[in-house]
Design a protein around this ligand. Structure first.
Ligand code: UDX
Length: 438
């Protein structure tokens, strides 16, 4: 099937390459010449495990091309919209300007019988509005909403073998069957493998995505709230998470208490959801997300507090080694990263912050050039008064406290991801501080 993908960022680039690998003939369209040049060379413009291999493999078949010329979408039967929907500046709501621009550019090139499938995360009601826009322009194409659930770091696997598919179809039966047929053809491999499929309307499809992210954010903030209670009582939140996680109805995943969630999705999606619910007159239904957000932000503050406490409340001029900058391991993404936020806050208190990350230093530097970045772990920790783990990359997670001890000026560690065994670090002479752990 001939497919176009508009927007080649974290979502679109992986989706385009995955679709080509699955046998389709794909053209990816983006406005950024640097990104396009990298993709054409088979190089990923951002760090995503497995993506360079996938790009090379798909590129070698001749079925994957990238261009900035929107007219190249002509001849494709299915057009995926995969542009970003960031948080609007100075507001909680989503900024839809890239989605609208993508539709405005695409519409003149659509033919009768074409299907447009939105993958971007949008406020509920957006698909209906865009369908009206398409109809008003005289286009006969059908619009579907097909949310994407891929996780950064596992995007290749999630795109090739998704855990579920959601098709939000238009109300008109003819358009709905046209859209469904095109999506079934695009995802034939996954559907043949019995991947669960939910066929629904626009509003449900849009809400599936934001409610999934709201649920995940709530789960993390729930355990981080328990962390705060644990801190007031001397309990251990990691044991608590293990114990409640054995209940199959609860489950242990996403009960990792620590510095909290960040990234390009969870924070902005829960905020956009609150803003949209307010517009719908249902603000109270998701008012709890404000607490979810607040709990999450408090955890960053707690990490900083531990560091300051270990520095006898005199952070000025002290050296703090920050391990990790990306919002999570296996990613170079620093959007709304708790790790980078902690580093910047400590710098603001006058500490000499040395930060390291295996993949995210360049992205962090572009946003915060004032930090002292080191590619080498040894350089980062040498002479440190406190070591802070904020992104649990394996190379930091499995540190040997005995081996690190001779490098630092003082054996103080703040474990922002509850990744270390406190007994082992204490036995090696360290003062250990976790989150929600005695
Ligand atoms: C998320 C959703 O998981 C994905 O389905 C959606 O398509 C996009 O948003 P992603 O942003 O890649 O994906 O990251 P995810 O793995 O969900 O982690 C989000 C944040 O939560 C990270 O900062 C991570 O460190 C944090 N987290 C996760 C915790 O603090 N504790 C946990 O137990 C799990």
């Amino acid at each position: 099937m001939r497919i176009s993908v508009i927007g080649c960022g974290y979502l679109g680039a992986v989706h385009a390459a995955a679709m080509a690998k699955l046998g389709h003939d794909v053209v990816g369209v983006d406005v950024d010449p640097v990104k396009l040049a990298a993709l054409r060379r088979g190089e990923a413009p951002f760090f995503e495990p497995g993506l360079p291999e996938l790009l090379l493999e798909a590129g070698a078949t001749g079925r994957l091309t990238f261009t900035d010329d929107i007219s190249a979408v002509r001849g494709a039967k299915l057009h995926f919209i995969a542009v970003g929907t960031p948080q609007r500046q100075g507001a909680n709501s989503a900024d839809l300007r890239f989605v609208d621009a993508a539709f405005d550019q695409l519409i003149p090139h659509l033919s009768a019988g074409d299907v447009v499938a939105g993958k971007s995360t949008v406020p509920v009601g957006t698909a209906a509005r865009l369908a009206e826009k398409m109809a008003a322009s005289g286009s006969d194409a059908a619009l579907a909403w097909n949310p994407e659930f891929l996780r950064e770091g596992f995007a290749v696997k999630d795109s090739l073998t998704p855990d579920r598919l959601v098709f939000g179809l238009p109300p008109e039966p003819a358009a709905a069957s046209l859209a469904q047929a095109a999506l079934r053809e695009a995802y034939a491999t996954a559907l043949d493998d019995a991947t669960p499929l939910v066929v629904t309307d626009y509003a449900t499809a849009e809400l599936v995505k934001v409610s999934a992210n709201a649920f995940l954010a709530t789960k993390i903030s729930f355990i981080n709230a328990m962390s705060e209670i644990a801190e007031a009582t001397g309990a251990d939140v990691t044991q608590l998470a293990d114990a409640i996680g054995f209940d199959g109805r609860i489950g242990r995943r996403f009960l990792g208490a620590g510095v909290g969630f960040g990234g390009g999705c969870l924070p902005k999606d829960i905020r956009a959801f609150m803003a949209r619910a307010e517009e719908l007159g249902r603000g109270e239904s998701v008012a709890f997300l404000k607490e979810v957000d607040a709990i999450n932000m408090r955890r960053r503050h707690k990490v900083v507090e531990h560091v300051v406490d270990l520095l006898d409340h005199e952070p000025y001029g002290k050296t703090v080694a920050v391990l990790g900058l990306a919002f999570k391991p296996h990613s170079d993404d620093v959007r709304d990263s708790p790790a980078l936020d902690v580093a910047v806050r400590l710098k603001g208190l006058g500490a000499n912050v040395r930060a390291t990350d295996p993949e995210a230093i360049e992205n962090a530097r572009a946003l915060h050039p004032q930090l002292d970045y080191h590619a080498s772990f040894e350089e980062t920790v040498t002479g440190a008064d406190v070591v802070v783990l904020v992104t649990e990359w394996d190379q930091y997670r499995y540190l040997d406290p005995e081996a690190v001890a001779p490098l630092v000026a003082a054996r103080n560690v703040v474990d922002g991801r509850n990744s270390y065994d406190p007994a082992r670090w204490r036995a090696a002479g360290w003062t250990y501080r976790g989150l929600g752990r005695p």
